[in-house]
Design a protein around this ligand. Structure first.
Ligand SMILES: NC(=O)c1ccc[n+]([C@@H]2O[C@H](COP(=O)([O-])OP(=O)(O)OC[C@H]3O[C@@H](n4cnc5c(N)ncnc54)[C@H](OP(=O)(O)O)[C@@H]3O)[C@@H](O)[C@H]2O)c1
Length: 252
């Protein structure tokens, strides 16, 4: 039975991934800060055929991540796949006079990912097999106004994976960066909800297949791929003019 550890399993993509792996009879490590919600997700996973373990975890806390990783390896009898999914959105608080908002985003979305993954790597190296997954974003290719913290955090984790990939391949450790566009979850707020969104269940089913194949970088859904390609060649002045037209009000 495959052993999969997931952060941010209390909601959205993490919860849908937990359901998708439960259907495949996996042993699951479900982690997030809201333990009461995780307990419900664990019940749902059990009903679907999975074997879940629940861990309260704030990915900003390095020690907490190390302890929970050790505990999951004991509970599950090892590790096959770690999905660093936990993340927060939100704007930078550009005119707030404080770096608190942007720093919390950077801390959760970058250090939260390294805190999650690093404790599992020595075991994967030793056993010469494993899969590391990060949930980056289309925003790592197309910067959105007011969201410099979010976009840069998603570039950073994709770049960390690009950097690790050739080295970890020597130990048969796969590194999969998933880059979703808008998926219907609570992270997509107010004005951003006017954009077309994919269902979270469909997205999770697709992600599980991509993770199984060990694909390196996966942009979902496919129409974002040509858009990303085109965005590379749009002159900066035109890009800035267009983006101001589209986002004439801050998206939250
Ligand atoms: N939905 C989209 O359109 C979209 C697009 C591109 C990328 N993404 C990425 O996909 C990932 C999942 O987001 P989502 O859409 O599923 O949003 P979501 O429904 O808001 O879920 C976010 C999850 O992260 C957890 N989390 C947040 N801060 C945490 C912390 N400090 N420690 C531990 N867990 C924490 C939350 O759990 P607790 O609050 O219980 O801790 C929650 O389970 C994120 O990395 C997001 O950036 C989403």
């Amino acid at each position: 039975m495959k052993r999969v550890f997931i952060t941010g399993a209390s909601s959205g993509i993490g919860k849908a991934l937990a359901h998708a792996y439960a259907k495949r009879k996996c042993i699951l490590g479900l982690s997030a800060r809201r333990e009461d919600i995780l307990i419900n997700v664990a019940d749902e996973c059990r009903d679907l055929g999975g074997t879940p373990f629940v861990y309260q975890l704030d990915v900003q806390e390095r020690n907490n991540c190390e302890t929970v990783a050790e505990q999951f390896k004991k509970d599950a009898g090892g590790i096959d796949c770690v999905i660093a999914n936990a993340g927060i959105g939100g704007d930078d608080g550009l005119y707030s006079g404080s770096s608190e908002k942007i720093n919390t985003i950077l801390n959760t979305n970058i250090l939260g990912v390294t805190n999650t993954l690093m404790p599992f790597i020595p075991t994967m190296k030793e056993q010469k097999i494993g899969t590391l997954v990060c949930i980056s974003s289309v925003a790592s290719f197309i910067p959105l106004p007011y969201h410099g913290g979010y976009a840069s955090s998603k570039v950073a984790i994709r770049m960390i994976f690009d950097s690790w990939r050739p080295t970890l391949q020597r130990y048969n450790i796969k590194t999969v960066s998933i880059c979703p566009g808008f998926v219907d979850t609570p992270i997509v707020k107010e004005t951003a909800r006017r954009f077309p969104m994919k269902s979270v269940t469909d997205a999770a089913e697709k992600f599980v297949k991509v993770i199984d194949r060990g694909r390196s970088t996966y942009v979902y859904p496919w129409p974002y791929r040509p858009l990303i390609w085109i965005a590379r060649f749009v002159p900066e002045k035109l890009y800035n003019w267009l983006i101001k037209k589209i986002f004439h009000k801050p998206i939250t």
